[in-house]
Design a protein. Structure first.
Length: 252
């Protein structure tokens, strides 16, 4: 893919992202929560379709993440109902586990420094404490203990996935791993802020806006991650063709 094509793709992604930023701002201030959630679902479907039709990189893991995000957004529409909350939590756990396993398989543990371990694990433990404190404070608002533990497990798996993505980026530093890490941080931050808005009722419009900004940020960088993976694959193929052409010319 040449430079012009790359710039065109980058502009497309940025333009689509800006459209959804404006759309979400409009819905949060002029429509109810159901419409706001439907726009989030539309955002996820658009990201999936863009990935399918405009990024020729058919990676099963990335496909599964986009599909599960769409499914979780469908569940979120019915979040006030017990089944909606439960299925949303389960989809979130599945997403974070998939991302955790994907990151874990690629970490080069020998390259992780003592400082990396110290900083990342301390930040992880601090966030686990914040999650535990926050959920314990609102535990009575959940419809059952099972719902409470599922939401807590989804938060914990999200934090674990962020921890693994940080280790991955530290040992395989590149735009691709950085985008992967940004996408994960955006997802878990979006979930946390949405929980504050829904259960604590703290400036709900402002917090829902922050939640959606984090979610769109996450979708954008997940697509960017997929795009960088595609470019890397194309570069490997081009190098292999160049090598084969060179060997053929020598043989001739």
């Amino acid at each position: 893919m040449n430079r012009i094509d790359r710039l065109s793709k980058n502009k497309q992604m940025l333009f689509i992202a800006l459209i959804f930023v404006v759309l979400n701002i409009i819905t949060i201030y002029f429509f109810d929560l159901t419409i706001f959630r439907l726009v989030r679902l539309l955002s996820s479907i658009t990201a999936l379709l863009y990935f399918h039709f405009y990024i020729s990189y058919k990676n099963k893991i990335i496909y599964s993440i986009f599909i599960m995000l769409v499914c979780s957004d469908v569940s979120m529409i019915f979040y006030e109902h017990y089944l909606g909350l439960m299925t949303y939590a389960m989809w979130s756990i599945a997403i974070y586990l998939t991302l955790s396993i994907s990151a874990l398989r690629k970490i080069q543990w020998r390259r992780v420094t003592i400082l990396d371990y110290l900083v990342f694990i301390l930040v992880f433990l601090f966030n686990v404490y914040i999650l535990h404190f926050t959920l314990s404070d609102i535990s009575d608002l959940f419809q059952s203990k099972l719902a409470y533990y599922l939401i807590k497990l989804s938060g914990l798996t999200g934090l674990v996935s962020c921890l693994f993505s940080a280790f991955l980026n530290a040992t395989r530093l590149s735009f691709r791993t950085a985008y992967f890490m940004y996408a994960l941080f955006g997802l878990i931050f979006s979930d946390f802020v949405a929980m504050l808005a829904f259960y604590y009722k703290i400036e709900p419009k402002l917090f829902y806006l922050i939640d959606r900004a984090a979610y769109l940020f996450s979708l954008f960088f997940l697509v960017r991650h997929a795009y960088m993976a595609y470019l890397q694959k194309e570069a490997v193929k081009a190098a292999a063709l160049l090598k084969k052409s060179y060997q053929d010319s020598i043989s001739f």
